[in-house]
Design a protein around this ligand. Sequence first.
Ligand code: SF4
Length: 693
Amino acid sequence: MQSDIRHSACPHDCPSTCALEVEVLDGKRIGAVRGAEGNSYTAGVICAKVARYAERIHHPDRLTRPLLRTGPKGSGQYRPISWDEALDRVAEAFTAATERHGAEAVWPYYYSGTMGLVQRDGINRLRHVMRYSRMAKTICTSICEAGWMAGVGRFTGPDPREMARSDLIVMWGGNPVATQVNVMTHIARARKERGAKLVVVDPYRTGTAAVADIHLALRPGTDAALACAVMHVAFRDGYADRDYLARSSDYPAGLEAHLATRSPEWAAAITGLSAEQIEQFARLYCATQRAYIRIGYGFARSRNGAASMHAVTCLPTVMGKWQHEGAGALWSYRSIQNWDKTLIEGLDAIDPATRILDMSRLASILTNNRDALRGGPPVHAMLIQNSNPATVAPDTNRVRQGFLRDDLFVAVHEQFMTETALLADVVLPATMFMEHDDLYQAGGHSHIQIGAKLIEPPGECRPNHAVHQGLAARLGAKHRGFEMSEMEIIDETLSVSGWPDAKTVLEHHWIDIAPTFDDAHFHHGFPQSDKRFHFAPDWRAIGRDWARMPTLPDYMPATDEATTDRPFRMVTAPSRQFLNTCFTETPSSREREGRPTVLLHPADAARLGVSDGSLVRLGNPRGQVVLHARLFDGLQPGVVVAESVWPNAAFEGGIGINALTSDDPAPPMGGAVFHDTAVWVRAEAAEMPLAAE
Ligand code: SF4
């Protein structure tokens, strides 16, 4: 058997976007998948679930033919049809919805099942040309974005490889052992070569927290209180760099007086940490010049998440740490590519009058909430790509209720028969990343990569771009992007964005576009219009729900707080072997994850009469979920954690964890509040119906 090693890039929704070396067997199948040794960020390391990718791409349950629903919605009854018939039916449904209700009644919906720019974002070209409803991409990052933009300005910062030259790394609200393993590579170097300390701020003892020097297991959604207390100590004990503050920030007049009231004792009452723990961490952070805060996504998935993110970004500014090698903070590098995505997304065809629907509010949108519909018509037709909202969108019961509407047509283009595909009228089989061409950026590092097609797809699978082209032809959507191949679009996008052409990127496997040290450390000013970091952000410029935001860095008491009726705060953290719902179909990942489980403090379990491994029921007014308990002392009493995202069908009773999460939009610009949920917990004594409360 002939075996070639070919280069690719991981397309999954993970900031690491690993550079891959893929063994291709006889030009048809893949064998081993490894991290590229020569890439200075990937450094030869990838996660286990992608190393086992052959299991996923050659899975016998791949969708391979277009399907038409033949039974009731959700029945799973389908028959194969041709691609021509499938695309004709989708186009007819879109045309009918447009004629009856206007073009905004059609809503193409997608997210990051692939992070490739052409296949993921090309659906917007069809949307814009046809004047279909636009989509606010809020389900993952918009809360973080708002908080980061408030203070820093753009998504850039000190090179993550500098963590290897840090003396203290603070992993704030992320679990890279499970979600971006390469961060651990650079942290491990710093610990081995410099004796660096690792501090993890997270509501529960994650895999990363388990190997840290200090774990601060605070209550969910209280991160800003901890950050303010650290700043309090910095000013109180003489660590604040007032020259830097005056030179590089807005340094508002009331800042010091405000933080003087945010003592460790004040923060202890909010976070559930002790004042001594907070003092110890604050002194360590303040006294370490090379202190790098690697900011995760998790802590911001809360109604007060943007305020929390902003408060954390204030820390390195108070002490001027941004100036130093191996210091500062990084959330994402997504601004550094400066993409011109006109061709990919048809930005030249946007009608600014077209409404924008918030994808995180899918439950409200599909159940015809007027506010969520922004005053426009109900949604009557959808094309869904790279997303599985029947499982991942908040408020599952209402999402499903919406998908079951008789007056809603849904086409789903997917790799597997997901729970969303099972609610579709037409199902289209989709390629995986090694079966098509695409262009990749990374949130977590500075390389641009192209993942070229390596093997033929199974059956009749087609890439997203082919679906966009097929629909455009039927709908009369004119844009030159529909006439081009994926590689032609990649090549032109690279060139107009100021980067080397596709041939060059392919030859080198990647290009590293890291900002200069001075730019990465904001030596010439922060990327705000006044070149200063903002302690007093202009929230009004960031989102329409700005009035609730604090004027200075502060804890914002806006969460779904525990009550006597719902005394637990629930976090739905990512599991290690799944990536959202990707990999829930591979046997090895399922076997390693076991079953849907909730982590429960032993003291709570004893009070509730719950034993390790027994069934418990979690509930709130949105729904109820039954899963197994695992007794775990790595969190505070009153906090429960359900690692996700298991399919609904994997739960006892078939209702998954997002039945409990809310589709409330986080201020100031929306975003799903997955880790901000109050629930009750009961021992599951006997069979009970899974109705809403
Ligand atoms: S760590 Fe992230 S980017 Fe790297 S292979 Fe795994 S999922 Fe892909």
